[in-house]
Design a protein around this ligand. Structure first.
Ligand code: SAH
Ligand code: SF4
Length: 362
């Protein structure tokens, strides 16, 4: 009946409803949820305290699938990248960044991205589609399998960031369903603080996100004037800086100590002057903000250059010491496997494109 739907596309309420409709006891849903998200089993048949009859029914109603790994690379700095092949053969990338005190999994929300920010590789992918809830959850489950990360007392993936391929707020429904699964305290149990959603600034959806889920927020600001931001982040033409910042003034709420992260890619001669840094401070002062400076990560064919180390340091000092806003530099990880911010774009798509070009030339 629902056989082409994966069990991982259900929220806990939906799973409970399904179990209830089957006339099963309520606690069965709880048991099932625990097998899926605490024990991390890979088939219904491993669920030893679920009777054969129910397991058979589950097997006939739902798929139990992990994403298929097309490629798995490990960088010399320990960063890992998976290229997953989806059912329609499209591919997405997921990155794990281990640090001393935490491990961050960078998740994709779309295949490609429609927004075409001029410095981002993902935005150049010709094929774009939204990922479904189970494809988003599947990235976390497959990474946990691969990292042997099912010991919940000693987690390797401690933080989740929607900073992979795609604009998560352009896939609001599926992304928020996936976040509900991640937050569930009887399952994967990630706290709101440990989940960060990064957006290029889809203003109406930011408001909605706050009221519905209240996860941590990162904003890809990257420029302090509309003129420059229109060039770098074209969605700015729709929702300019002033509108974006005004919706953020109400985001964290007075009782909330969490700060909003502002991402700022350092592009030589474009947005990296001291006067830009001063303007940035002025813009962010009314907000509960911190700044993440991202040295530009080049990709084949990109038109920008990364600011020099000295420029980045001077910019950070201006924001931090003179401006009083915390600024950290996010050094690239996994560059040898093209796993850094903005470098994600599956090779398969490049090959396909070349193939199309060749066919056209023939
Ligand atoms: N679409 C969302 C989330 C994915 S991009 C967004 O734009 O926020 C994650 C972060 O990487 C964003 O801040 C993005 O602007 C940044 N980024 C993209 N390309 C980059 C590049 N080449 N170098 C450094 N950062 C980049
Ligand atoms: Fe899309 Fe984000 Fe890349 Fe812009 S920076 S093209 S919004 S993934």
């Amino acid at each position: 009946m629902k056989k082409n739907l994966s069990i991982n596309s259900l929220t806990r309420e939906e799973l409970s409803e399904y179990i209830f409709d089957l006339g099963e006891k309520k606690y069965r849903a709880k048991q099932l949820w625990k097998w899926l998200y605490v024990n991390g089993v890979k088939s219904f048949d491993e669920m030893s305290d679920i009777g054969v009859k129910l397991r058979n029914k589950l097997n006939s109603d739902y798929l139990f699938n992990r994403l298929s790994i097309d490629k798995h690379q490990v960088s010399k700095d320990g960063t890992q990248k998976w290229l997953f092949e989806l059912k329609d053969k499209r591919k997405v990338e997921t990155v794990f960044i281990p640090e001393k005190d935490r491990g961050t999994l960078c998740i994709s929300s779309q295949v490609g991205c429609t927004l075409s920010c001029s410095f981002c590789h993902t935005g150049t992918m010709p094929l774009v589609r939204n990922l479904s809830t189970d494809e988003i959850i599947g990235q976390i489950l497959s990474a946990k399998d691969s990292l042997l990360d099912w010991d919940n007392k000693n987690r390797k993936i401690t933080n989740l960031v929607f900073m992979g391929m795609g604009e998560p707020l352009y896939n609001y429904t599926e992304v928020t369903r996936a976040i509900k699964i991640l937050l569930d305290n009887e399952g994967l149990c990630y706290s709101r603080r440990k989940i960060t959603l990064s957006t290029s600034g889809v203003v109406p959806m930011i408001q909605k996100l706050k009221y519905e889920l209240d996860v941590s927020l990162a904003i890809s600001l990257h420029a302090v004037t509309d003129k420059v931001r229109n060039e770098l982040v074209p969605i700015n033409k729709k929702w300019p800086i002033k509108e974006l910042l005004s919706v953020l003034e109400v985001y964290p709420g007075v009782n909330n100590s969490r700060r909003i992260t502002f991402e700022y890619v350092m592009l030589e001669g474009v947005n990296d002057s001291i006067s830009d840094a001063k303007k940035l401070v002025k813009l962010l002062k009314p907000l509960h903000a911190k700044v993440n400076l991202i040295p530009f990560n080049p990709w084949p064919g990109s038109i920008y250059k990364c600011s020099s180390d000295k420029t980045i340091k001077d910019f950070a000092d201006e924001v931090c010491y003179n401006g009083g806003i915390t600024a950290t530099v996010r050094y690239a990880r996994g560059q040898d496997i093209l796993a850094a911010c903005g470098q994600l774009k599956s090779n398969s798509v490049r090959l396909n494109k070349e193939k199309v070009l060749n066919i056209n030339a023939a």
